[in-house]
Design a protein around this ligand. Structure first.
Ligand SMILES: Cc1cc2nc3c(=O)[nH]c(=O)nc-3n(C[C@H](O)[C@H](O)[C@H](O)COP(=O)(O)OP(=O)(O)OC[C@H]3O[C@@H](n4cnc5c(N)ncnc54)[C@H](O)[C@@H]3O)c2cc1C
Length: 458
């Protein structure tokens, strides 16, 4: 056994751990960075990067099939080479991981340990035969796909976001359990690759945290591409049926028979095998590490960043956690989680960009509000691109003129949302947006127009 003392230990090389190692080592501290699997964690290996690479392939296939709409002729039918799609996706992920590994290897005073880390006490962590101690310990252990305890789930071979990445055949019929962000991205991309796709969601609508009209618009986008969607599906169970899998559910007259089943019903934090009890670190009833506004856990000297603390479920929230911890520790800058404004995207095509409050949340808050909305059919850039599904909406406080939230479901919605998000960070009133001159022709160009035409939220 080797015992070694560092200034800091970081468990998990996800989205917060490596940049924090960079800052701490640059400040002269010795750091042990521990990773049990692949450097880069979920985002780089089984999450954002590979899925967005596949979304790009799916978009290319979709556009090629629509070539005639644009007056473009193809000499034959559109083919999809799933092996090539996977190879491209693998290269995107592998290159990013390689770059990250080189960056870590080049950090003075940083030692990368490969293995599973577990607390032995509040300042000691075991990795294999190594016993590492530090006064400061940072947790960045992320999460994994939840496996629901549904009848028959143990009898079938199911896929999760992680095993989807190794799949080397195109499913004949992919049955997706769950109708939220991760599931819908997979559903649309595999439909575009040529699989038959069925989505089974237990709630009465897709992505239930969005406004009802956003859910409805996304449903129609998917149904327009011949994706079968079952909503309000209770009592889901699985059974093997020859080489296929039968998925039975209450809303279905007949079971969905899939060649493959993807479970995408939520995420579970990687905190159950960390020995947190040995350190005395508190977790909530779902297993998330309890942290304060500056990401300190219940034990002095231990911080938690990223998906494992339940304060966010995105790469940008994990990276922002790193920035908050580094600012507090190294820059005498008391940044807080509560400084940030909720923002994220759904990478279907067209994508949904979101920031701040939904209309439902604004109504629930009881404040007097203004709302402006425009369908993509009345957005020049969307018409020119032939991509007119979706709409955008802005909400503002009628008394203070504060911008409360925005949804952009349409081409470039994931990018356009940032012009509203940054105004919200600047605490600029809605009149700033209304008076801004945006570039023509763009989807964002219409945001000032919407801001000029706000009406009371009835
Ligand atoms: C399919 C999919 C698509 C997604 N798309 C997006 C997107 O487009 N945009 C977005 O913002 N977010 C997206 N996300 C979410 C995003 O990937 C995560 O929020 C983000 O990766 C979380 O980062 P993290 O730093 O908290 O942890 P992770 O990236 O999960 O990293 C945690 C690391 O800790 C390691 N680890 C865990 N336990 C231990 C231990 N005991 N010892 C040693 N190492 C350990 C793990 O192996 C892992 O490498 C997506 C997620 C999925 C699943």
């Amino acid at each position: 056994m080797t015992a070694k003392t560092f200034d800091a230990i970081i468990i998990g090389a996800g989205q917060a751990g490596p940049p924090l190692a960079g800052r701490l080592t640059a400040a002269g501290m010795s750091v042990a960075l521990i990773e049990r699997k692949l450097v880069g964690g979920t985002c780089v290996n089984t999450g954002c990067m590979p899925t967005k690479a596949m979304v790009a392939s799916a978009y290319a296939a979709h556009l090629a099939r629509r070539a005639a709409d644009y007056g473009v002729t193809l000499s034959g039918p559109v083919g999809v080479d799933y092996t090539a799609i996977k190879a491209r996706k693998d290269k995107v992920s592998n290159d990013a991981r390689g770059n990250l590994e080189s960056w870590i290897a080049g950090m003075d005073r940083c030692t990368l340990y490969r293995g599973h880390a577990r607390f032995e006490s509040a300042n000691t962590v075991r990795v294999g035969d190594d016993l590492l101690s530090a006064e400061k310990i940072f947790l960045n252990t992320g999460g994994r796909a939840s496996v629901p305890d549904l009848p028959g789930v143990d009898d079938i071979s199911f896929l999760t976001n992680a095993s989807m990445m190794d799949l080397d055949v195109l499913p004949r019929h992919l049955v997706v359990i769950g109708g939220s962000y991760i599931s819908l991205e997979f559903a649309q991309m595999f439909r575009r690759f040529g699989s038959q796709v069925t989505v089974i969601e237990k709630s009465p609508r897709l992505i239930g945290r969005e406004d009802e009209d956003v859910s409805a618009a996304i449903l129609s986008i998917l149904v327009n591409e011949d994706i079968t969607v079952h909503l309000g599906a209770g009592d889901i169970s699985f059974a093997r049926k020859g080489n296929d899998i039968a998925v039975t559910f209450s809303a279905g007259k007949a079971p969905a028979i899939g060649s493959h089943v993807l479970l995408a019903v939520g995420r579970t934090p990687n905190t159950d095998d960390l020995g947190l009890d040995k350190a005395g670190v508190e977790v909530d009833k779902r297993g998330f590490i309890v942290v304060d506004d500056q990401l300190r856990t219940s034990v002095p000297g231990i911080w938690a960043m990223g998906d494992c603390n339940g304060k966010g479920a995105f790469t940008h929230t994990s990276y922002n956690d790193y920035e908050i911890v580094a600012a507090n520790l190294l820059d005498n800058d008391p940044r807080r989680v509560s400084d940030r404004i909720e923002a994220y995207a759904l990478y279907t095509d067209p994508p949904l960009g979101r920031c701040g409050m939904t209309e439902a949340a604004v109504r629930k808050s009881g404040r007097r509000a203004l709302v402006g909305q425009r369908p993509m059919t009345r957005v020049g850039r969307a018409v020119e691109k032939g991509e007119t599904q979706g709409f955008m909406r802005i909400l503002a406080d009628a008394d203070t003129n504060e911008i409360l939230g925005c949804s952009v479901l349409g081409p470039g919605g994931d990018e356009a949302i940032h012009c509203v998000l940054d105004l919200m960070y600047a605490k600029a009133p809605i009149s700033t947006l209304a008076r801004a001159m945006h570039i023509h022709p763009n989807v964002s160009e219409l945001l000032p127009t919407i801001a000029q035409e706000l009406k009371p939220l009835a």
